[in-house]
Design a protein around this ligand. Structure first.
Ligand code: ATP
Length: 221
């Protein structure tokens, strides 16, 4: 579906998507989600933004530069997906609030922004730094992820939207649940697979797997 409102910008409306994450390593669960959000909303660009120091979880295994390099390899053939290294250039915790504030400085206050996150991340959203203010900066596209479901009612009910055009015509503030192709893939499971000496091919791009082997990442202890 393409949004009917908004200014045209090449392939789609003038609106950008964001998918933040640790990407340790990037896998088809991230990539398929990103592409389906692009197509559903007719976005010209979705930026994948790896975090430097994630505030809510264990530190990543691969270095920031390695995670960025894997991301760049993974999206090399898909021009509407872009790697954005702004969190890696920032010292300290990678708060989404700060990232969105810096994006807003670039794109202004009027352009709709779609921050994409999985059900698992959304369930902890109220623990995020300045979460309420995040909703003043962006919409949330909450994508289904196998093994997780949303409670039928909650704090977010008044913000729920099922109309993509509503998101295209306002800069921020709506929460849009979105059923993407269910891929039960996680970076944790990929790291475990590699650590055990098993083969994770077909769960992530070959180019990323080659990089992992070349740099001996996540290998057996
Ligand atoms: P880990 O297992 O190390 O926690 P992960 O696979 O969950 O990693 P992240 O980089 O933490 O990957 O995820 C970034 C974002 O992508 C999060 O919002 C997460 O919910 C979403 N995501 C990750 N994997 C999937 C998937 N298979 N399907 C849909 N969304 C996903």
């Amino acid at each position: 579906m393409l949004c009917e409102t908004g200014e045209s910008s090449g392939a789609g409306v003038a609106m950008i998507g964001v998918l933040g994450g640790t990407f340790d390593p990037v896998h088809y669960g991230h990539l398929r989600t990103a592409l389906e959000v692009v197509e559903h909303f007719g976005l010209s660009t979705l930026r994948l933004i790896p975090g430097n120091v994630p505030p809510h979880r264990q530190q990543p295994v691969a270095s920031p530069q390695q995670r960025l390099a894997m991301l760049q390899l993974a999206i090399a053939q898909e021009p509407c997906l872009q790697a954005d290294d702004r969190e890696l250039r920032r010292e300290g915790y990678s708060y989404s609030f700060d990232t969105l504030a810096s994006l807003r400085q670039e794109i202004g206050q009027e352009m709709p922004l779609l921050f994409t996150l999985g059900f698992d991340a959304f369930l902890k959203f109220q623990d995020w730094h300045r979460w309420n203010e995040i909703l003043a900066q962006t919409h949330l596209v909450v994508v289904q992820r196998p093994g997780y479901s949303l409670p039928p009612a909650g704090w977010y009910e008044s913000r729920l939207s099922t109309d993509p055009n509503e998101l295209c015509s306002t800069p921020a503030g709506r929460i849009y649940p979105f059923a993407v192709t269910a891929l039960d893939i996680s970076a944790t499971r990929l790291r475990d697979t590699l650590r055990l000496g098993h083969n994770p091919r077909y769960l992530l791009p070959d180019s990323v797997l080659d990089y992992i082997h070349t740099h001996q990442l996540y290998c057996r202890i």
